[in-house]
Each structure stands twice: as structure tokens, then as C-alpha cells.
Write a protein that binds this ligand. Sequence first.
Ligand code: ATR
Length: 272
Amino acid sequence: MTQYAVMGDPISHSKSPQIHSLFAEQTGEDMHYDKFQIAAADFSAEVAGFFERGGGGLNVTVPHKEAAFALADYPSPRASLARAANTLGRDPEGGIWADNTDGVGLVRDLTDNHQLSLSGKHILMLGAGGAARGVLAELIHCAPASITIMNRTLSRAEELRTDLAAQGVMHVRAMNEPGGPRYDLVINGTSASLKNEGLQLDAALFAANFVAYDMMYGAEETDFMSWATAAGAGASLDGLGMLVEQAAESFALWRGKRPETQRVIDQIRQSL
Ligand code: ATR
């Protein structure tokens, strides 16, 4: 039986073991998936030890995604763009490859699960930290009419725009800055809700029936989702589908089989 795991700190909340167990059951793959709480100082040694013991692959979550990218021998283009990796594996010669499946996870959730077309839409990304960086290139590749990054600290948004400039044009605005297009889709990639801080967005920035997507999820709807509903959103979505879709992409990279996700999303939703 091949061993897989997710490493992070904290990790107790992680749904990845449940998700991958459901994938393994569904596809008949002989694998076991653990979760390990690993301090930043121990991360590289723990990854090396895991693969030396014959481990098949790792998922990596906060705060180790940048370190995972840095230790890889073979980073994928999408991990290089994000400067962060959430999936590690070992190639036959023993080198470690790294990939980032967060962006494709978000796009699959939006386009396959929620049947939203991104092409021609005006997209607003809130936040310019690791979560936003991990998904922006994939969004640009969906040919939206525009992508705007809004961030509390404008310089971070400008840095992100510069780093991803070769992927396509992105605009940068201060929080609630008027004058841009009316946004059709707003994605919350900030960590404001984790700290119980509201974003206080101006509803006038958004098109009628706009879609709001929070990269966070929980048993209850997030503050951002409640705000969006009150502001007239046509749909207010959480990030549980993205979580399952990024996991499915990791699973496919490791095992060469793509699991069916909708039932898994429903099962994980019931367990929240
Ligand atoms: P992550 O890797 O989860 O993205 P991060 O790199 O610390 O974490 O980034 C957190 C993001 O949430 C940043 O865009 C941050 O804005 P700043 O760059 O101005 O710090 C944003 N954020 C966090 N709390 C916020 C709040 N209360 N209001 C607005 N933005 C907030």
C-alpha cells in the first residue's frame, strides 16, 4: 500500500485525508493518506524522510507551500508562477517534483461544478497574498474581459501584477476604489474572515446578479458570503468545491486516475 500525506501547521482541521480516502475507495487504488503537523524548521527534513521511506506523494498546506516549491528539483510551470507548491511527488530517478493544483481546482469548481463561464467576464480578486498568487494565472488563461486585484496594501497587488505580467494584463486598485468595470465575479482570496474582520465592500462596484466566491469554507456561510447575498449577489459560493477539485488534480498526478468529485463534495459538506 502506498503512503500519502498532507503536511501543514496547523493541520487538525484538514479534510484532505477524508477526501483522498473517498477517492481511493471510488477508484480502487491501494493507498493510505495521513496528516502530519510539521513545524517550519523541520519541513525539508520531514519531506526528505517521507520520500526515503517510499512515500508516494505529499500535499502541502499553510505555511509550507513556498518551502515546498523551493525544495523541489522539478517545479511545474504553474508552481513556478505561484512560487508555491501544494503537491509533491518523486520521479523514478529520485528527484522531487512540485506542482500547484489550487488554480485548476478553483477554475474547475467555477466552470464545471457551478457551470459559470469566465470568458468575457470582469473578475475582481480580493487579496494579493499566497492564496491569490496561487490561482491568478489560471484565471487569466480563462480569457476574462478583465482581472482586477484589490488589496489593502496596494504595493503587494502591484508586485503580483508585475510578477504575472507575462500571463496577461491585470489591473490593480485600492480597496473600494471606484472607476473600474462593474465586476461580474468577485473572489475572496484574503484571510480577513479567518481573523473575523469584515471587508466592508461597496456594493456599487458590482454588476447585477454578480457571483461571489470565497476561497474559504466552513459549516456556516462565511461573512463574505453573507455580505454578498445582502449586496444582491446572484450566487454566493464557498471554497469547498475548490478544495475537493485541487485534491482530485493531485490524485490524478500521483495515480493517473481522475476521481469523480461531486459526490465527494456532497459527502465532505455533510461532515462539516
Ligand atoms: P495567504 O497566503 O492566505 O494569502 P497572506 O499572504 O498573509 O496569506 O495574505 C493575506 C491576504 O489577506 C493579503 O492580501 C492581506 O492584505 P494585505 O496584503 O494588505 O495584508 C489580506 N487581508 C488580511 N486581513 C485583511 C483585512 N482585514 N482586510 C483586508 N484584507 C485583508
